[in-house]
Design a protein around this ligand. Structure first.
Ligand code: UTP
Length: 234
């Protein structure tokens, strides 16, 4: 069975406690998991940002603020596991090794953050390497990678496909200015380059986009690869 790693941004799964999409994502993830071995890395979303806002206000260092962020991602992961019930491995993986081990159960593996100084995109990129995923999917709140942040720059254009080198240029800001595009963190982009595992960045605000992409190959987004054939549908 092919393995798929999905970075499910907190900004789409739990933008806030009042506006979560957990109920909609449960059937979508179950459906995908019938066709592959599925690993889901959950982000922190708006609540993580709120907590980190408070730690900064209190003058608490960035590393400790990251630890608070990680706890929120694990809290979100715990909720998703509970909502998936029997279909998920019952414990949040706290390391890549643990995620790999839990995957042997055949159940959906869910994890959050693991170490300070990065985001869950980086966790997911390394997990894709560790489990030998056929594809790494970043489900986020934009429909792909743009030349610049489309929310700030109306002239930005979207890439259908790009090489990992180009991705690094954009995310690293060497071509377009630091912080101009935060669709993926720089650590994740570097890992994507070295792993040669194709990355698909797509809009996850509508949960069905994810199953349409994985199972039917129907999506609007950006494929990052060295030109091999399209990784989706599986
Ligand atoms: P996220 O991965 O959710 O970051 O982790 P994000 O950029 O806010 O992404 P979205 O909006 O959810 O998609 C939340 C915070 O948790 C800490 C960081 O502080 C991050 O900003 N974190 C997360 C870590 O320090 N290490 C990790 O491995 C993961």
């Amino acid at each position: 069975m092919k393995k798929v790693v999905i970075s499910l941004g907190g900004s789409i799964l739990i933008p806030s406690l009042e506006n979560h999409t957990i109920r909609e994502y449960v059937p979508v993830l179950r459906k995908i998991a019938k066709h592959c071995r599925l690993y889901v890395v959950v982000g922190g979303g708006g609540e993580a940002r709120r907590y980190i806002g408070i730690t900064r206000e209190l003058g608490i260092d960035e590393g400790t603020s990251d630890e608070v962020g990680i706890l929120v991602t694990r809290l979100n992961a715990t909720m998703l596991i509970a909502a998936l019930g029997e279909d998920a491995y019952p414990k949040v993986a706290e390391s890549h090794a643990e995620a790999k081990k839990f995957g042997e159960s055949g159940k959906i593996v869910v994890m959050g953050g693991i170490t300070a100084g990065q985001t869950t995109d980086a966790v997911a990129a390394v997990l894709a390497e560790r489990v030998g995923a056929a594809v790494f999917i970043n489900a986020t709140s934009v429909d792909g990678i743009y030349t610049a942040d489309p929310r700030e720059n109306p002239d930005a254009t979207r890439f259908d496909a790009m090489t990992p080198k180009k991705l690094l240029e954009i995310v690293g800001g060497t071509a377009l200015g630091a912080g101009s595009n935060n669709v993926l963190d720089i650590v994740a982009a570097r890992v994507v380059e070295r792993s040669r595992i194709p990355l698909v960045v797509l809009d996850g605000r509508e949960p069905r986009n994810l199953s349409n992409a994985v199972l039917k190959g129907r999506y609007r987004g950006t494929v990052v690869s060295d030109g091999e054939k399209n990784p989706l549908p599986l």
